[in-house]
Write a protein that binds this ligand. Sequence first.
Ligand code: SAH
Length: 219
Amino acid sequence: MKDPATRLIEQIRLDFEATADTTGLQSLAPEVEAALTRVPRHHFVPARQQSQAWDNTALPIGHQQTISQPFVVALMTQLLNLSPKARVLEVGTGCGYQTAILAELAREVFTIEVIPELAESARERLRTLGYDNVHTRVGDGHAGWPEEAPFDAIIVTAGAPRIPASLEEQLRPNGRMVIPVNSDWQSQDLVVATRNESGELDCQRVLAVRFVPLVGKKS
Ligand code: SAH
């Protein structure tokens, strides 16, 4: 019998192939695959969902929030084009799974979560797993993390009506932002925004996705 991680990677590979037309990504990158294999997803999933921990699906984590589908985590990560030197901002820590994947690939990860209980348990979990290049904060991610800006990459893991202005300002020239932007009342388009030489954002819509809403300030 195949181990759960191998089975999950196979499913993610198929999802990459099925979406290549719109994402522009032909296949799962080896370094993202390695990160998905290394991060123990069962540590991020509540006891009740343990039997599904390595399934290619989103799962509930309490507080009406979810752990994202592994394919979507892989896709968003790969779209960020991270270098090992990258400093990354994440908005929406949740259980910290995406955070850990980023921490495997980048130099430093700054992550913000608005629900204090989730932020605290993610912080503890990431510390226990040895991710000492992760910095956590409780608060409204609309404001970003100005003291640590600019960032090489910004990832937002909740759906927003538009790209928050502060996050745009905190992206380094040639930096990349991946964010689900609302297309109707309950789904979003995953958008890749690249900051060009003149400081403007070039936006590309890559896939229809469904995330929980980004709450708090509308900007
Ligand atoms: N990244 C997670 C998925 C997070 S779900 C994973 O790896 O599975 C989205 C998270 O965004 C939720 O925990 C939610 O509480 C948080 N969130 C929503 N609005 C936010 C805001 N304005 N600032 C920070 N976090 C926010």
